[in-house]
Write a protein that binds this ligand. Structure first.
Ligand SMILES: Cc1ncc(COP(=O)(O)O)c(C=O)c1O
Length: 359
């Protein structure tokens, strides 16, 4: 017997979602963004499954890229944040990594390294003000990198701050800045789009798109469901009812006695908690499915358990399956009841939940 908590990972859904990104931008090549352990889905398993189908992978840093190469992943891999230490440049050449350059230290590091790289992604700060070279300062970067014979291809890249907010002027402004800058170097390929931009914004033609969250079947938008976007959820987190009890009107449940029964009630205890990555902030409307029946959390989330008031589901038994998020219970809704976003919920899953991969 083992603790029943399991994250079921639907690899075919991830492939479906990648194909959808490509269909939406048919003239673009697409990275599969698998940083942060493929947003908690298992970078090695996801990348091995997609290796023959994707144009390239993108990760945050060299450790993540090396993990994929050690697992025999052969597609190109881009380091989205580039190189952090001088010693990494040679590793990038040895393992055929593509590298983002976003500041002067990285530029100097590359120029003095002597290494050859298949592609360099020069990052423009078009308005997010987190990483990237200011538009007014980019010309010498382009000149130096373009004249460097050790680069196969130079790509101009940027990242949006607010593409998930369709009413914000920020994406229009960033696109304008990007287009103005690119006009001066129109021979360069481009890379601008995260999932929200791929799904809803008019983008420069061609180049490289960078879908992340949509690969995992999660909508980047508050008001637009993943299902309506044609996405399939990739992670379904399931557990079981492990204990049941009847309590009287006015009796309270769990830590701080935060849930008080209104009338004679049936309480089910389920094996999942914040020690697994389930959000402790989940409120009393947070949805779960008990044997496919909608129900809500009652009481505080503990480290290893949650409690549900299943009075309206009297047939509930120990061993019944509970879907915490995924198929039929979007993780976006759980996040909305937990003061966070679905990105955080899937990414911060601990290793405690078994992963089961389905093709
Ligand atoms: C540079 C860059 N590109 C693409 C992505 C993918 O974004 P999303 O998961 O919103 O598709 C990220 C994610 O943070 C990123 O940092």
């Amino acid at each position: 017997m083992a603790r029943p908590l399991t994250a079921h990972i639907n690899l075919a859904a991830i492939k479906h979602n990648y194909d959808l990104a490509k269909k939406l931008q048919p003239n673009a090549k697409a990275f599969a963004v698998v940083k942060a352990n493929a947003y908690g889905h298992g970078a090695v398993q996801v990348a091995q499954y997609l290796d023959d189908s994707v144009d390239a992978f993108a990760v945050a840093a060299i450790e993540e890229a090396l993990e994929l190469r050690e697992a025999n992943v052969t597609s190109p891999i881009l380091l989205l944040e580039g190189v952090f230490e001088a010693s990494e440049w040679q590793v990038c050449e040895d393992y055929d990594f593509w590298v983002a350059i976003e500041n002067e230290i990285q530029l100097e590091g590359f120029l003095s390294s002597g290494v050859k790289l298949g592609k360099v992604f020069l990052k423009l700060d078009s308005g997010m003000h987190r990483l990237g070279v200011q538009p007014s300062a980019i010309a010498p970067y382009v000149t130096q990198l373009k004249s460097c014979e050790r680069i196969g291809e130079l790509v101009l890249m940027t990242h949006f701050s607010s593409a998930d907010d369709l009413n914000s002027p920020a994406t229009h402004e960033q696109l304008d800045v990007f287009k103005q800058t690119h006009d001066a170097f129109s021979e360069l390929e481009v890379s601008v789009a995260n999932s929200a931009a791929i799904l809803k914004w008019a983008l420069p033609e061609g180049g490289w798109i960078r879908p992340g969250i949509m690969l995992y079947g999660i909508s980047p938008f508050d008001e637009i469901s993943a299902q309506s976007l044609g996405l399939k959820p990739a992670m379904t987190l399931t557990s079981q009812v492990i204990s049941l009890r009847d309590i009287a009107d006015g009796e309270a449940v769990g830590y701080a006695r935060a849930y008080v029964a209104k009338g004679q009630s049936k309480i089910a205890t389920v094996a999942v908690g914040y020690g697994d990555g389930y959000p402790r902030m989940a409120d009393h409307q947070t949805p779960v499915l008990v044997k496919q029946n909608p129900c809500c959390i009652s009481g505080r989330v503990s480290m290893d358990m949650i409690t549900l008031d299943v009075t309206s589901l009297p047939q509930t038994q120990v061993g019944d399956e509970v879907i915490l998020w995924g198929e039929g219970n979007p993780v976006e809704k759980v996040a909305a009841h937990s003061s966070t976003i679905a990105y955080e919920l899937v990414t911060r899953m601990t290793g405690r939940a078994k992963r089961q991969y389905h093709k």
